[in-house]
Design a protein around this ligand. Structure first.
Ligand code: NAP
Length: 327
């Protein structure tokens, strides 16, 4: 396993370059399997886990299933000091009697000061911790003044119950504006941005703000120097939920286009030449790019995780990376 520093100054922490996603733990992935995956991740040197206050309210769960499971795991294994826990708020149900949706009406709770304060304290309780290492806004909220959201995250950091703040599913201009607003208010700006990113890319869609665009990666690369607080890019759904290798997993959300099919062909060729798996090559491509990102991998068995863990130490030769990039 390799490690990197996220955040700056007193708030800087070291995390494993692979983050483990726990979205389905405690619902689709049963308790015993989930605990075994978490144990294996830590055994292999993993120190960064990702959850949210709404995992998994889309499917079978009530919304705090994953946080509750993580809380039980942290307490029973005594690994709290070893592991950095990230959670998210803002996409929980505003009206608990209605479903969540990614399209309006979403029923998202949003990022008002009241929601941020209430939901962060609920996460502390469900996780059984006295500090959340990374707290993200799960989805940007254009209906709340940016200054209010920024101040709410700053207040939790000042109280010591949150380490680093982050934002997910956000337009670049909003991310930049929020970080500048934080500096105006004298609070720590978002240190992480969590977006969808993988080797294939979705068809351009002007209304899509959940993709880590090349522009966003350029912006992240420009931070961390000359007094500009650093920004770490975190990539969700890096494996296209298995679609690179599994016929049972369809390409979703705009990924089913000719370039994706060409990229998948090249990915398989490169993997065969390297003696690695396509998943490992995708993760190595993300980890070792010009702007290194932190992939959050999902796994629903220890065997799946074991394949992914081997990517942490894999370096792509320049020639193979160039071939992948050229498609
Ligand atoms: N910020 C956000 O809005 C957002 C959105 C989505 C996810 N996330 C975070 O990102 C994490 C990962 O998301 P994701 O689950 O969409 O990511 P993913 O890593 O692209 O997909 C994970 C799925 O891929 C399949 N898979 C993984 N390893 C495999 C292997 N070795 N062989 C075959 N299939 C394999 C499994 O599918 P099966 O279980 O079906 O076998 C697994 O559940 C989540 O847990 C969550 O923490 C955040």
């Amino acid at each position: 396993m390799r490690y990197r520093t996220i955040g700056d100054g007193d708030q800087a922490v070291e995390v494993s370059t692979l983050c483990l996603g726990t979205m389905l733990m405690g619902t689709r992935t049963d308790e015993e399997t989930s605990l075994a995956i978490l144990d294996r991740f830590v055994e292999a040197g993993g120190t960064f886990v990702d959850t949210a206050n709404n995992y998994n309210a889309w499917g079978e769960g009530h919304g705090r299933d994953s946080e509750d499971l993580l809380g039980r795991w942290l307490a029973s294994r005594g690994v709290r000091d070893q592991v950095r826990v990230a959670t998210k708020l803002g996409a929980g149900k505003k009206d608990p009697t209605l479903p969540l949706s990614n399209t309006p009406p979403t029923n998202f709770e949003g990022l008002s000061a009241e929601v941020v304060d209430r939901e962060a304290h609920e996460s502390l309780r469900h996780l059984g911790v006295d500090r959340i290492d990374v707290l993200y806004g799960h989805v940007d909220d254009l209906g709340t003044p940016l200054a209010e959201t920024v101040a709410a995250f700053g207040k939790l950091q000042a109280e010591g119950v949150v380490g680093l703040a982050g934002i997910s599913n956000v337009a670049l201009w909003r991310l930049v504006e929020a970080r500048e607003e934080a500096l105006r208010q004298g609070v720590a700006p978002y240190a992480l941005v969590q977006q969808n990113l993988t080797y294939a890319y979705p068809t351009p869609d002007p209304g899509r703000h959940n993709w880590a665009s090349p522009e966003l990666l350029d912006y992240a690369a420009s931070t961390g120097a000359d007094g500009r607080p650093s920004l770490t890019v975190v990539a969700y759904s890096p494996l296209l939920q298995g679609a690179y290798v599994r016929p049972d997993k369809p390409l979703f959300a705009g990924f089913d286009h000719p370039t994706t099919h060409a990229r998948i062909r090249t990915l398989h060729e490169v993997a065969a030449e390297l003696g690695a798996t396509p998943h490992q090559v995708v993760l190595a491509w993300l980890l070792g790019g010009d702007v290194p990102v932190v992939p959050i991998v999902g796994a629903s068995s220890v065997e799946q995780l074991d394949e992914l863990l081997d990517a942490a130490d894999l370096d792509l030769p320049d020639e193979l990376r160039a071939r992948l990039d050229a498609v």
